[in-house]
Design a protein around this ligand. Structure first.
Ligand code: NAD
Ligand code: IPM
Ligand code: MN
Length: 362
């Protein structure tokens, strides 16, 4: 049966990195006899320019008729002055919410070839292999009211709201994931201050009873931020509230050498998912062919694994990426000390990945 992947390139380097991932996917589908169609739609600033809204109905409808969505990034200086509803970022939040994608998985794995690229000591980074499970459709990002108040509009409120069920379903995903890994969960909250965190902790402890084989610890978010740097190899699966997860994931990306290395999968109960790099639209390097496409290419691997049941092909992408990095080939965002290294452009890196996948298959 034919599968449909909707591509939402977005803004800045978004179109460059999604083009790379689409090329990798097309190469894989053509050699594995899979019938997959790609349909491109607009989101973010590109959609504001074309339709006057960051998330046109047409884009939402197309996503609802897809097996998977591949997204680049949204936002940029051009749209920074817009009112909140018109900002590109609302398009991204809107599609996550409209699709009900409540669990955002962000794997953090230290590639051996890149341990020098992190500002941290090699010994801290070497063993790093964990996944952040970030709640994606609730919490501070979506709580209402979120507005200016008072006669002079000089009071402001944002709301951190969760239902027990919203916490339950993402925590459940984290436990399921832990079963396939090293069976350790760290739940991150601010239970010493926030009521929402106290309920979060309750739900984690209740769920833990059904998973006796999984070891559970709780950490406060401030101390977790410190431990991500001082003892990152302790972590296996981290599960946390939307905004905590947003902040901690950029921090964690430093362990991999660059924000340009961190993929993500946004999932729900069925197999439909949205896949995007954790980084943004990088306006400072957009259009220069400098963007690291690996976060998006690795997101495409997650797409194959979670939405299309193509585990073998997903692993082929991951192996190819590892091999190329081991050869000292990388984009300019990775500051590796080795002078023999070869710095390549976005499209050259993509060619290398495709070539390595094909070479490994024959
Ligand atoms: P950013 O992630 O776009 O960039 C941060 C830094 O990392 C920049 O120096 C950038 O050049 C570098 N960088 C990021 N991705 C890279 C890659 N693939 N290759 C090489 N270098 C890379 O964050 P920002 O500058 O704070 O935000 C820019 C815009 O992106 C804002 O409008 C923001 O809202 C938006 N944003 C979007 C998403 C998303 O669409 N998922 C995520 C984060 C930020
Ligand atoms: C991310 C981004 C988004 C978020 C922004 C652009 C809305 O930072 O995907 O991490 O905060 O979720
Ligand atoms: Mn973020």
């Amino acid at each position: 049966m034919m599968k449909t992947i909707t591509v939402l390139p977005g803004d800045g380097i978004g179109p460059e990195v999604t083009a790379s991932a689409v090329r990798v996917l097309k190469s894989i589908f053509s050699t594995s006899n899979r019938n997959v169609q790609f349909i491109e739609k607009k989101i973010g600033g590109a959609a504001i320019d074309a339709y006057g809204t960051p998330l046109p109905q047409e884009t939402i409808d197309q996503c609802h008729h897809s097996d998977a969505i591949l997204l680049g990034a949204v936002g940029g200086p051009k749209w920074n002055q817009q009112s909140m509803q018109l900002r590109p970022e609302q398009g991204l939040l809107g599609i996550r919410k409209a699709m009900g994608l409540f669990a955002n998985l962000r794997p953090v794995e230290a590639f051996q070839a890149l341990v020098d690229a992190s500002p941290l000591k090699q010994s801290f980074v070497e063993q790093v292999d964990f996944v952040i499970v970030r709640e994606l459709t609730g919490g501070l990002y979506f709580g209402r009211p979120s507005e200016r108040l008072g006669p002079n509009q000089d009071r402001v409120v944002d709301t951190l709201a969760y239902s027990r069920q919203e916490i339950q379903r993402v925590v459940e995903k984290a436990f399921q994931l832990a079963l396939k890994r090293r069976r350790k969960i760290t739940s991150i909250d601010k239970a010493n201050v926030l009521e929402s965190s106290r309920m979060w902790r309750e739900v984690v402890n209740e769920t833990a009873k059904r998973y006796p084989e999984v070891a559970v610890t709780h950490q406060l978010v401030d101390s977790a931020a410190m431990q991500l740097i001082t003892n990152p190899s302790q972590f296996d699966v981290l599960v946390t509230e939307n905004m905590f997860g947003d902040i901690l994931s950029d921090e964690a990306s430093v362990l991999t050498g660059s924000l340009g290395m961190m993929p993500s999968a946004s999932l729900r109960a069925d197999k439909v998912g949205l896949y995007e790099p954790a980084h943004g639209s990088a306006p400072d390097i957009a259009g220069q062919g400098k963007a690291n496409p690996l976060a998006t290419i690795l997101s495409a691997a997650l797409l194959l694994r979670y939405s299309l049941d193509m585990d073998t092909e997903a692993a082929q992408i991951e192996t190819a990426v590892r091999q190329i990095l081991n050869q000292g080939i990388h984009t300019s965002d990775l500051h590796v000390a080795n002078h023999e290294d070869q710095i390549v452009s976005t499209s050259e890196m993509t060619d290398h990945v495709i070539h390595a996948i094909n070479a490994n298959r024959t």
